[in-house]
Design a protein around this ligand. Structure first.
Ligand code: ZN
Ligand code: CO
Length: 342
């Protein structure tokens, strides 16, 4: 799957500008879905029909309407001002932090590249992390008129993918690695009793907005998001019982949701049946599309399978390939059999 992950992570697609990554994903799943559509918000929704029509178990139905969601968008910046000399000021799109920017590059939809610069600061102030007001983006323009991009243009990070053994480094592994899992599940899933909706959602990083509308439209019986979570296995890391390479993490709780116990158990039991490693995730802050899925309409049993990831929301995130492969295995097994949410 490394080639697929490379392709997805190197594609441009900050929140609100997912058209290019959507086309790349469309190309990857061509011919794998029974139906494919793009909704008003821009979510890409692919349906693989099940062999058993979805109906309540009471009526003898064995199939369910299952929704899997991974977000296509990535964090970035949006230009707010261009000065007379052609330097750009910007606001963040999603959870970008100033420390992750200085010295890095941004790339816009039209291919314009910029480097992040930092204003001169007094010695005392220079010891602190700079605020966004001290940062600017330099696209090499000589003046305002010649700046190739302007107010309202959105950029993502520019950073090539690298694989070192099982460790994969790239920008936007949050959540292109989740998109890669969904694509691979579509490829590997031979038959399922369930109607499975694969949702490649938009605007997760700015408030789960694509998941809100796509879930409302699909009305699933069950929803699971696939996203990254942080780890506690780096030097002086915050306490977190998740490590890279020790299996996908079954979410119990994060900053936005408590996973439905039956969905959590379903993921755990499936991992145990397969004999694949898994971890339990309790994340203090942050959330995923599953939060939006859970509170859609009158509520949907929802959970999340997380790919452990270091350096989330920096230009170089890191995951372990085995965690990704095990996540795919888990979903293929889960979707291949009837689901009882006890
Ligand atoms: Zn994410
Ligand atoms: Co994120």
């Amino acid at each position: 799957m490394k080639e697929l992950i490379k392709k997805l992570t190197e594609t441009y697609g900050p929140s609100g500008r997912e058209e290019r990554i959507r086309e790349v994903i469309k190309g990857e799943i061509e011919g794998l879905a029974d139906e494919m559509r793009v909704d008003v918000m821009g979510n890409l929704i692919a349906l693989k029909r099940g062999s058993s029509p979805p109906a309540p178990p009471k009526l003898g139905g064995r199939g369910r309407k299952v929704m899997l969601a991974a977000h296509m968008d990535e964090i970035g910046i949006i230009v707010t001002h261009v000065d007379e000399k052609g330097f750009l000021r910007f606001a963040r799109v999603g959870g970008v932090r100033p420390l992750a920017l200085v010295g890095g590059r941004a790339v816009f939809a039209d291919g314009t590249v910029g480097t992040f610069g930092l204003e001169k600061r007094e010695p005392e102030e220079a010891k602190k992390v700079p605020g966004f007001d001290k940062l600017y983006l330099d696209v090499g323009a000589k003046d305002k008129e010649s700046a190739p991009v302007g107010v309202g243009d959105i950029a993502g990070f520019q950073r090539p993918f690298a694989a070192q053994g099982d460790r994969l480094m790239a920008k936007s592994l949050d959540d292109r690695v989740g998109c890669a899992v969904l694509i691979q599940v579509m490829r590997d899933l031979e038959s399922s009793p369930h109607d499975v909706y694969f949702v490649f959602s938009v605007q997760e990083e700015v408030g789960l907005r694509g998941a809100i509308t796509s879930t409302y439209g699909i009305q699933p019986d069950l929803g699971i998001s696939v996203d990254v979570t942080i780890t506690g296995d780096t030097p002086e890391a915050r306490t977190m019982a998740v490590s890279l390479g020790e299996g996908p993490a079954v979410k119990v709780k994060d900053g936005g949701m408590l996973a439905h116990p039956a969905v959590k158990n379903l993921l755990v039991e499936t991992a145990e049946e397969l004999g694949i490693p898994y971890q339990l995730e309790v994340l203090a802050g942050g959330t995923t599309d599953a939060m939006a899925i859970q509170v859609s309409r009158a509520g949907v049993p929802a959970g999340c399978l997380s790919i452990p990831c270091r350096y989330v929301h920096t230009p170089t995130e890191m995951v372990d390939h085995n965690d990704v492969l095990n996540a795919v295995k888990l979903f293929v097994a889960l979707l291949s059999k009837p689901i009882e949410l006890g």
